[in-house]
Design a protein around this ligand. Structure first.
Ligand SMILES: [Zn+2]
Length: 377
C-alpha cells in the first residue's frame, strides 16, 4: 500500500476506524451503531474524527442568517468551493476555460464573479449606498471572512444582505447563460434588502413550512395555486384554486366541477377556470403553481398529436396567460397545495362555480385550511 499511496498513506487515520479482517470482511465502525441510521453515523463519526475538525465559527453563523433556505444552501456550497462556475467545470475536465459572461474580461471563477468583476463591483457599491455601510472584501469573497460572527464591521443583518446579494448575482448569471435573460443588476440590491427585511421581520411565521416565504420574494406574487381531483364516477372532476398575494395573504379562492374525458383535460380545465375567474374579477397573477408536468409541457411546447383534442383549451389558457403578462408557471408536488386540493374535493359535488373573496365570510373549513398552511386572512 505504501508503494501505491506513498506519503499520502496515513496509517494513524486508518487505524482509527477498526477494520475486521475476518472471513466476512465487514466494516466495523468505532462508535456504537445501535439505534442510529448508517449515514448519520458515518457523517458524525468522520466529522468528529481526529484531524478533521472544522472549527471555523462562520458555519454556525450561516444558519442564523435572515434568509431563505435556498440562499443559505447556496452560500454553504459556495464557501465549500462547490458552485459550478466555468472554472469548476474546467477543473473537472468538463468544459473549456471561459470568460465571465457579465464582463468578458477575465476567466469566470467564484472570486471574480462575486468580487472582482466590474459588474459585480457596481452591485456591491449600490448595496453599500442603500444600507449606508461600505462593503469591501479585502480578504476575498470566497474565503467567507465576511460571514464570521466576529467580523468587526458586518452584523447579522449586513451578512444576510451580502449572502442574498451573492445568491441573486448567481441567479442572474445562470439566467443569462441558460435562459438568455439580460441581467438586471439595478434590481439586485433592492431585492436583497427586501428579502432580508421579509425574513428578519417574519419571526411570527413558521417560515420553513411556507413554500412562498422560503423560496420566492414579494415581487413574485400574487401566487395562484390550481388543483384538480378525480371522482369515482367516470368523467367527473373537481377543480380548486386560490390566489395569495406576495405577503402570504389570502386574496380569493374558488371551486367547481367539470366533465372531462381525461385527467389531463380536467387539469387544463381547472387552470382555465382559475385564470378566467381572476380575469373576471380583475385580479393579477405573477406565479402559478400546478402539480402536473404534462400540462406544464403542453402549455410551454403545445400539444402532441395524441392530445390534439385539447388544442382549443390550451389556446384559451395561453390567451389568458398573455393577458396576465405571462406569469411564471411552476410545478410543485400535490402535497404542497393542500388548500387547492381541498377546494377541488369540494368542487366535485358543486355544479356551479363558487368563489370566495378577501374580506368576505369564508366557510370554517376553508378558514382553517388557509390559516394552517401559513396564509393570513
Ligand atoms: Zn466579470
Amino acid at each position: 500500500m505504501s508503494s501505491i499511496f506513498g506519503e499520502f498513506l496515513n496509517f494513524d487515520y486508518l487505524h482509527f476506524n477498526r477494520v475486521c479482517n475476518g472471513a466476512n470482511n465487514k466494516w466495523v465502525w468505532f462508535p456504537k451503531s445501535k439505534n442510529h441510521k448508517l449515514t448519520s453515523m458515518v457523517y458524525t463519526h468522520f466529522n468528529n474524527s481526529v484531524g478533521n475538525h472544522d472549527t471555523w465559527n462562520g458555519w454556525g453563523n450561516l444558519w442564523r442568517l435572515f434568509v431563505a433556505p435556498r440562499p443559505k444552501h447556496f452560500i454553504w456550497l459556495l464557501l465549500h468551493n462547490g458552485i459550478k462556475t466555468y472554472e469548476y467545470l474546467y477543473r473537472l475536465n468538463l468544459g473549456a476555460q471561459t470568460f465571465c459572461k457579465f464582463c468578458n474580461l477575465d476567466f469566470e471563477n467564484a472570486e471574480h464573479l462575486f468580487n472582482s468583476c466590474p459588474k459585480t463591483q457596481i452591485v456591491w457599491q449600490q448595496v453599500s449606498n442603500a444600507i449606508g455601510k461600505q462593503i469591501v472584501f479585502h480578504e476575498g469573497f470566497s474565503t467567507g471572512n465576511w460571514l464570521s460572527p466576529d467580523h468587526p464591521e458586518y452584523d447579522l443583518n449586513v451578512q444576510s444582505i451580502i449572502g442574498v446579494t451573492s445568491w441573486l448575482i448567481w441567479k442572474t448569471r445562470c439566467n443569462l447563460i441558460f435562459r438568455q435573460e439580460s441581467p438586471d443588476f439595478q434590481s439586485i440590491p433592492i431585492r436583497a434588502i427586501n428579502h432580508v427585511r421579509e425574513f428578519s421581520q417574519s419571526s411570527n411565521f413558521n417560515s420553513s413550512k411556507q413554500l412562498i416565504l422560503s423560496n420566492f420574494s414579494i415581487n413574485d406574487g400574487p401566487y395562484l395555486f390550481v388543483a384538480s381531483t378525480s371522482h369515482r364516477e367516470a368523467n367527473t372532476h373537481g377543480a380548486g384554486f386560490h390566489l395569495t398575494n406576495g405577503y402570504s395573504q389570502f386574496v380569493c379562492a374558488g371551486y367547481c366541477n367539470n366533465f372531462a374525458e381525461s385527467t389531463l383535460e380536467a387539469k387544463s380545465l381547472a387552470l382555465l377556470i382559475a385564470l378566467g375567474s381572476l380575469h373576471a374579477s380583475d385580479l393579477q397573477v405573477k406565479t402559478i403553481f400546478i402539480a402536473c408536468s404534462e400540462l406544464f409541457n403542453i402549455i410551454k411546447h403545445g400539444c402532441d398529436p395524441q392530445a390534439w383534442r385539447l388544442n382549443p383549451l390550451i389556446l384559451s389558457i395561453n390567451d389568458y396567460l398573455s393577458s396576465f403578462d405571462l406569469p411564471r408557471v411552476c410545478i410543485i408536488p400535490k402535497a404542497w397545495m393542500n388548500v387547492a386540493n381541498n377546494l377541488a374535493i369540494h368542487g366535485v359535488n358543486s355544479h356551479a362555480l363558487t368563489l370566495f373573496h378577501q374580506g368576505k365570510d369564508l366557510p370554517r373549513w376553508l378558514m382553517k385550511q388557509v390559516l394552517k398552511s401559513g396564509i393570513s386572512l
